[in-house]
Structures are given as structure tokens and as C-alpha cells.
Design a protein around this ligand. Sequence first.
Ligand SMILES: Nc1ncnc2c1ncn2[C@@H]1O[C@H](COP(=O)(O)OP(=O)(O)OP(=O)(O)O)[C@@H](O)[C@H]1O
Ligand SMILES: [Mg+2]
Length: 339
Amino acid sequence: MSENILLEINDLWVTYWRRSLLGLKGKPFHAVKGANLSIRPGETLGLVGESGSGKSSIANTVLGLVPATSGSIRFGDVELTSMRTHYPPAVRNQIQAVFQDPYSSLNPSMTVEDIVTEPLRVHTGMNRSERRTRAVELLELVSLSEEHLGRHPHQFSGGQRQRIAIASALALEPKLIVLDEPVSALDVSTQNQIINLLYERRDALGIAYLLIAHDLALVHHISDRIAVMYLGHIVEEGPSDRVYKAPAHPYTKALLDAVPLLDPEAQRRRRAARKSAPAIDAPRVSTTGCPYQNRCPSVMPRCQDAMPPAYPVNGGGTASCFLFDGGAVRHAPAIGETA
Ligand SMILES: Nc1ncnc2c1ncn2[C@@H]1O[C@H](COP(=O)(O)OP(=O)(O)OP(=O)(O)O)[C@@H](O)[C@H]1O
Ligand SMILES: [Mg+2]
């Protein structure tokens, strides 16, 4: 592995066993199918895709909350999949998480001081007064203050709770924070504040983020690279600007078409183009070939026969799409864009 990679995921499969009515092991369901991803130190990788595409399954496998079925996840020199879900403290300290729902992720019976200092109590030899001093520093990093230490989560707004969760995630100065939809439960202005806060902390502390979100526009704003998931596959990956401004995979284009445009004229053109576009089927899981073939406006006969490998794309990154076979890069304009 290159020295300059912090997290490297290779051919990761995550399988859940859906129980039958009799409680027997049931049928396997592959939520992640051969995912490859890497994150450099200090880098933000945005992971996007529609609900059920497998984003949280990747996040939870990295965090050791769900076991990998096969494949590899290397964090520095450590192979995480070989530890199943029991990470030693040295790894546990380095990978932290912030989840979507600030209402259920913080223990309601704990004070802010307890929440923020818990990782310090478990993983460091700091005494109570050292931990309190550090808690005040951490609260200041997230624009809260010492007066908040004695309060309980219910006394805070959703945005403030997410700040507390971020302060707790920062406590051990991790190298990686997994952010699974950290702002989805918040209103738009609070979302922007939290995203700006994450942005500042990352630049000041050199932390890497794996940032999961539905909103491609938001992910583009903060990420260095973006990976796009569809039905368990990473279908496209590349530098954030390239993926956002020149999406390669037809699915990424469709995702971007779902982002509202600020320019009313562009939005009108897009609507007109959508009306004249052929109707596309709802997702169906194909047993062979490209997972997107049933919805793809550019589908070709070969898409039914084999899963496209990751082909390089102009401007950086890859797309798992036969349109890019042999370097034949075809950038059809996104709906609503002028050609
Ligand atoms: N514990 C589980 N047992 C069985 N199936 C599961 C389990 N967890 C997730 N799944 C299924 O795996 C698929 C991927 O789920 P996952 O939560 O990873 O998706 P996601 O991309 O994070 O979706 P969302 O955007 O809704 O959070 C879904 O079809 C989901 O129903
Ligand atoms: Mg999820």
C-alpha cells in the first residue's frame, strides 16, 4: 500500500443474512459488492448514493460495527477486517464517528461534560480536572463554552447537539472521522453552520473525513473526492469538481439532475428535457451485468452481459461504465445544461 493512504478499502463485500420466519439463517443479501475506495491523510471523501445503496454499510464496516464478508480494509498498516469487530484501543482512538440523529446518538442522562470527556476517560490516563480542561477546549472548538458543561442533551437544539457529538469525536484527535449523514436531520441554515465547522476543524487539525450524504451539492462543497454508490457498487469516483461538473456515469448524472438549480432558466430547460426523456424503469436488481442497466438512458447490449470494470475518466477518477471502454470518453451534458 502507498505510504500516503490512510484508509484503503479493496473488494469489500458486506452481506446480511435475512432471517426466515422460522428464525433460520435465511437468504444472503449483499449490501456492498466489491467496493474499492481510498482516503489520504487529511482528505475528505464524499460518499453519495440513494437510500439503500450501501453507504452506511461501508461506514459501519470501517467502524467495526458490522463485519466484512470478504475483502480488505487497511487503516495505515493495520488490516481491520482480520479483527472482526473488536478493534484494539490504538485503532479505536484513531477512527471516530458522528451519526445522523443528534437526538438519539447522545445519552440523555449524561451531562455534556460526561459526553465530551468519555473518550478521554476510557482511552487516556487524564485525571478529572485535566479532562475538564480539555472538555472546555473541545467545546470552544465547536463554538460552545464552559457554561454548557453541566447541561443535558435535551437542553440543546439539534445543531448544538451535533456540535457536542463533533466535540466528542475530536477528543482523541483521531486521524479519521466517519460522518454518516451528519446534517440530514438539521434545517438548511444549521446544516451550513455544521458543514463550515467540519471544514474548519479538518483544515486546522488535518483530520480525514469519510462524509456520507444524499446531497451531492453539499458533498461537493466540502469533499476533495467523491464516490458514488448504486445498489452496492461504487459506480464512479474522482476529484470532487470533476464528478460534480462533468459527471461520467449515467447514474451520477441522474443524481445531479435531482439537485435543484438556482437559475430558473436552467431549471425550466431541465424540466422540458425531462418531459421529453423516455420513461425509465424503477430499480431492479439484475443478476448479471451493470446494476444500472434497467434505468440507464445509454444502455447497450453488452451492459446485460458483464459488470463494467472501473475505467479511467478524463479529469481524474473512474467510472464503471462501458461508455468509457477504450478511453472513448463521452460526456453527454446533464439534463438542463446547454451542450
Ligand atoms: N442489519 C441489516 N440486516 C439486513 N439488511 C440490512 C441491514 N442493514 C442494512 N440492510 C440493507 O442493506 C442495504 C443497504 O443499507 P445501508 O443502510 O447501507 O444503505 P444507505 O445507503 O446507508 O441508505 P440510507 O441512505 O437510507 O441511509 C439496504 O437494502 C438495507 O435494507
Ligand atoms: Mg445510511
